[in-house]
Design a protein around this ligand. Structure first.
Ligand code: 5GP
Length: 199
């Protein structure tokens, strides 16, 4: 059976990164996709591990060669999911997680209707702002920009299959694990099997 593509998305500050790292620990067989980006690496980030850090020219060439499954301009930097590893790993029957922004998730919805889209939401706007400030990586202007975006992004949650409110990381991870387990039991996934015992 082909693996499941699980998209964890939502506004920045929702805690996507933290939740995905914890999720991978709970589900060691699941592959977390490594995105390409044109933004500068932050302290502690490793090329090929946290992101593929590439130039804008290279990014545009990859888009032209259709090597990006989805991509988006997020606050002036490009971010995208390399297509080949995702296809290969899904075909091996392993599940893949994408941690991407809302624009990217909506592209996946169009291209891969069988993907499972999870909207990770912060518990409140006050908490979102607190998290963005605590991170200490952004200027006040950038934080304001991220909050404006978040207001707009929160409106797109009806396009997703599930909403998980991230008030506590362990609880959010538990809910996403439950979503994946349930998705694996869906009848439509069994209809895809040649050896389906139920047809
Ligand atoms: P950051 O710069 O904080 O690592 O990420 C900024 C935003 O870009 C986050 O919302 C993150 O989820 C999103 N992002 C990371 N990788 C991708 C990707 O491959 N595609 C899209 N569309 N967004 C991404």
């Amino acid at each position: 059976m082909r693996g499941i593509l699980v998209v964890i998305s939502g506004p920045s500050g929702a805690g996507k990164g933290t939740v995905c790292r914890a999720l991978i620990k709970s589900l060691p067989d699941v592959h977390l996709s490594v995105s390409a980006t044109t933004r500068q690496a932050r302290a502690g980030e490793i090329d090929h591990v946290h992101y593929y850090f590439i130039t804008r020219t290279e990014f545009q060439e990859r888009i032209a060669r259709r090597e990006m499954l989805e991509w988006a301009d997020v606050y002036g930097d490009f971010y995208g999911t390399p297509r080949e590893p995702v296809d290969r790993i899904l075909n091996q029957g392993r599940d893949v997680i994408l941690e991407i922004d809302v624009q990217g998730a909506l592209q996946i919805r169009e291209q891969m209707p069988e993907a499972v889209l999870v909207f990770l939401s912060p518990p409140s706007f006050t908490e979102l702002e607190r998290r963005l400030r605590k991170r200490g990586t952004d200027t006040d202007e950038r934080i304001g920009q991220r909050l404006d975006w978040a207001h707009r992004e929160l409106r797109s949650f009806p396009s997703y299959d599930y909403v998980v409110i991230n008030d506590r990381v362990e609880a959010a991870v538990e809910k996403i694990v439950a979503v994946i387990v349930a998705e694996k039991c869906r009848t439509k996934r069994f209809q895809l099997l040649d050896s389906n015992p139920y047809t």
